[in-house]
Design a protein around this ligand. Structure first.
Ligand code: 13P
Length: 252
C-alpha cells in the first residue's frame, strides 16, 4: 500500500517570512489529518525558514532544483548538500519549467537525481509531454525516453524510494487538467514500464504523482485512479486552505 503524497511546488513565490507564516498556519490546519504525506518545496531562500517552522510537524520540506556538483565555481547554483543542510529532504528534479526555460535535459535530470540520492534525500522526478507531442500521439514514447534516460543507472531499491511526477506540460498553470482517464492511462503506462525495467516490487513501491492544475475540486477524482499516488500542486498550494482541501481530498 502506497501512502498518498501531496507536494506543493511554490515555484518563485514567497519570501522566507511568508513561507514561515504559511507553515505555521498549515501545521495547525493539519492537526486532525491522517493517511497522507505532505511536502512543500519553497524557493531555496525559504527552505531553512520552512524547516524550522515545520519542526516536529508532519510537513516535509523540499527544494525545487539543485546543481549536481557538490561545490565549485557555478555562480548562482546551490548543491544537494547545501539544501539538505538547510533542512530539505526532497528535491524536485526536471520540472518542465526547468526543461523548457532553463535547458534541462534527461541527461542533467539524471545527474541531479543521482546527486539528490547521494545526499540522502528523495528526488521527485518530473516527466510529461507537451501539447504538440500529445497531438502527434507521442505521449507514451516521450515518457519512455524520459524514464530510460532520466533514470539511467537507478537500482530497483533506489526506484522504490523515489517519487515520480507525471506533469503533462499543457496542463501546468493553464487551468486545464488532464482528465482522470488521461492521467490514469499515463500513470498505468509508467507503472508498467517501471515493472518491466526495475522489477515488480520496486515499481509497486515507487509513488507516481500527477501534476497540472490540481485543485480542491478535481483531486478526489484523480486520486481514485489506481496508479495515481498523490499530486504535485503549483498554484493551489500557495494558499494553506486550498492546499489543505487538496490534502484532505487525497487522504486514505
Ligand atoms: P499548477 O498546479 O499551477 O498547474 O502547477 C503544476 C506544477 O507545475 C507543479 O509542479
Amino acid at each position: 500500500m502506497r501512502t498518498p503524497l501531496i507536494a506543493g511546488n511554490f515555484k518563485m513565490f514567497k519570501t522566507a517570512a511568508e513561507t514561515a507564516a504559511y507553515v505555521v498556519e498549515l501545521r495547525g490546519l493539519l492537526r486532525d489529518v491522517n493517511g497522507v504525506e505532505v511536502v512543500i518545496a519553497p524557493p531555496s531562500t525559504s527552505i531553512q525558514a520552512a524547516a524550522v517552522a515545520a519542526e516536529g510537524s508532519p510537513i516535509g520540506v523540499g527544494a525545487q532544483n539543485i546543481h549536481w556538483e557538490r561545490e565549485g565555481a557555478f555562480t548562482g547554483e546551490v548543491s544537494a548538500g547545501m539544501v539538505r543542510a538547510a533542512g530539505a529532504r526532497f528535491v524536485i528534479v526536471g520540472h518542465s519549467e526547468r526543461r523548457t526555460l532553463f535547458g534541462e535535459t534527461n541527461d542533467t535530470v539524471n545527474k541531479k537525481m543521482n546527486a539528490v540520492i547521494a545526499a540522502g534525500m528523495t528526488p521527485i522526478v518530473c516527466i510529461g509531454e507537451t501539447l504538440e507531442q500529445r497531438d502527434r500521439n507521442e505521449t507514451l514514447a516521450v515518457l519512455d525516453r524520459q524514464i530510460t534516460e532520466g533514470l539511467d543507472g537507478v537500482t530497483g531499491e533506489q526506484l522504490a524510494a523515489m517519487v515520480l511526477a507525471y506533469e503533462p506540460v499543457w496542463a501546468i498553470g493553464t487551468g486545464r487538467n488532464a482528465t482522470p482517464a488521461q492521467a490514469g492511462e499515463a500513470h498505468f503506462h509508467i507503472r508498467q514500464r517501471l515493472k518491466q525495467w526495475f522489477g515488480l516490487e520496486s515499481a509497486e513501491h515507487c509513488r507516481i504523482l500527477y501534476g497540472g492544475s490540481v485543485k480542491p475540486d478535481n483531486i478526489a477524482k484523480l486520486i481514485t485512479q489506481p496508479d495515481v499516488d498523490g499530486a504535485l500542486v503549483g498554484g493551489a498550494s500557495l494558499d494553506p486552505k486550498s492546499f489543505l482541501a487538496i490534502i484532505r481530498g487525497a487522504a486514505i
